[in-house]
Design a protein around this ligand. Structure first.
Ligand code: BG6
Length: 468
């Protein structure tokens, strides 16, 4: 097997999907804390404030805030080299616009890092993973340039406080979700393309400045971008389908273009001109974008799409993965996501050809209903999913020479699903005994896939070739 010697094997989570303790130790409310429980095909609602008798999954999640020691011990048992987690912005800045951070918030992550260091697990930290402070709504959230200032104040506190302890950073989780799920990506509840593009501009400027500041504070910092891995195949060889697919990919990839190349690509500038959208560019911004290009590109990979002449614009809405086309060659998960291991190799090549930057898969996994019988979960389907994807990842490294830094499987421990808020859409190697309504013992139970992944890491991927 050809996984590099120091390949970063691990798993990934997000604060609002695991921590719970949503109002503990001075934490403020975030955009995630006002999202209700949905279901497959049922959109999560966004309420203006916390309403009585409504279930908000982030409030309790899997109670990682109180159980992180146990959870990290299990990750250590899995053999993790790296753990991707996010810092909850509103633990550090409860309203978002304070000058000074909330010490109790920093202390929580200090303790979490103590645990990781105990087991020599490298942290990979997402600075903002789908939880903009609700207190920033009064500014219009990311529509306002003030958000750049608040984000940078927050990021700078992190870079200084955790200097030497955290080396790998991601500025925004799935930044291209500003085009598809703007509330989740930045507290923007609008269908208006100009609002979305102005907000995206501010995030891109904030990200570039954060990269610069991170490098200034510690030249050892490695800062990456994080792309929601949307990749599309044309519905047919008809040129109309091919061109539409090209346009679809441009709508998504322009975020990577800006963060990896340092400027808006010509096709995006022309489109904005056609739509009469003026970006709020301030003097010096062009230089900032150029100076703040990322050190590596990370992305999530779950599935692929099909697009064609009849695809109407980009994917919109929380559960909006429907382009109007289906891929009859691929199976689907219980939540309707196609399963396409070869697409992973395809996407790695596409991004590596385009940017020539080190890549990292920071999310990949199968959300499925697991059944606990006599204290066991036999999740062979999850093993099959992960194995088939890792074998394609290996081909990208071995056959194509793609530079891949690591792989953090999504949801090593069951957590709240971002799109639906459900617990029953489970990803983990570790089962958590809690249901969609937050009822259960919260006991952690190893699934069959636990021992399987443990072996994959222990053999640096060599065991993938063994029959199971
Ligand atoms: C990514 C997000 O979009 O997909 C995660 O970064 C999310 O936060 C993951 O959990 C899987 O999606 P879902 O809806 O199944 O949780």
């Amino acid at each position: 097997m050809t996984f590099p010697k120091n390949f970063l094997w691990g798993g990934a989570t997000a604060a609002n999907q695991i921590e719970g303790a949503f109002d503990v130790a001075g934490k403020g409310l975030s955009t995630a804390d006002v999202m209700t429980l949905g279901a497959h095909g049922v959109k999560r609602k966004i309420t203006k404030e916390i309403e009585a008798d409504v279930h908000y999954p982030s409030h309790q999640a899997i109670d990682h805030y109180h159980r992180y020691r146990e959870d990290i011990a299990l990750m250590a048992e899995l053999g993790f080299k790296v753990y991707r987690f996010s810092i909850n912005w509103t633990r550090i800045f409860p309203e978002g616009d304070e000058k000074e951070p909330n010490r109790a918030g920093l202390e929580f992550y200090d303790s979490l890092l103590d645990e990781l260091e105990k087991y020599r697990i490298q942290p990979l930290v997402t600075i903002s993973h789908f939880e903009t402070p609700l207190g920033l709504q009064k500014y219009g959230s990311w529509q306002s340039r003030r958000l750049v200032e608040f984000y940078l104040n927050y990021a700078t506190v992190l870079f200084k406080h955790f200097k030497g302890r955290i080396r790998y950073w991601l500025t925004f989780n799935e930044i291209n979700c500003m085009s598809t799920q703007p509330w989740v990506a930045g507290g923007i509840d609008s269908e208006d393309e100009s609002v979305r593009m102005v907000s995206a501009y501010h995030q891109l400027v904030a990200s570039a400045m954060a990269v610069k500041i991170a490098h200034e504070i510690d030249p050892g910092n490695q800062v990456g971008m994080m792309y929601a891995g949307h990749f599309a195949y044309p519905a047919s060889p008809h040129p109309d389908d091919i061109v539409k697919t090209m346009e679809f990919m441009q709508e998504m990839l322009f975020y990577c273009d800006v963060q990896c190349r340092g400027y808006y690509p010509s096709y995006k500038l022309k489109e904005l001109e056609r739509l009469n959208i003026e970006l709020p560019i301030e003097p010096g911004d062009d230089d900032l974008l150029q100076e703040g290009t990322v050190d590596f590109l990370s992305y999530s990979y779950y599935n692929t799409h099909v697009t064609g002449a009849n695809t109407k614009g980009i994917l919109k809405g929380m559960n909006g993965l429907d382009t109007g086309y289906k891929n009859q060659h691929l199976p689907k998960s219980e939540w309707g996501w196609t399963i396409d291991p070869q697409g992973l190799r395809y996407s790695l090549n596409l991004l590596y050809d385009r940017y020539q930057l080190p890549l990292m898969i920071v999310e990949n996994g199968l959300g499925a209903v697991d059944v606990l019988v006599d204290g066991r979960v036999h999740d062979q389907y999850r093993i099959d999913y992960l194995k088939s994807h890792l074998l394609e990842l290996e081909k990208a490294i071995d056959l194509d020479g793609v530079n891949v830094m690591g792989y953090t499987m999504w949801g090593p421990i069951d957590l709240v699903a971002a799109s639906t808020g459900e617990m029953k859409k489970r990803y983990g190697f570790i089962y958590v005994d809690v249901d969609d309504r937050g009822q259960g013992t919260f006991q952690r139970i190893k699934k069959d896939s636990f021992a399987w992944y443990q072996k994959v890491i222990a053999t640096n991927g060599a065991s993938l070739k063994e029959e199971i």
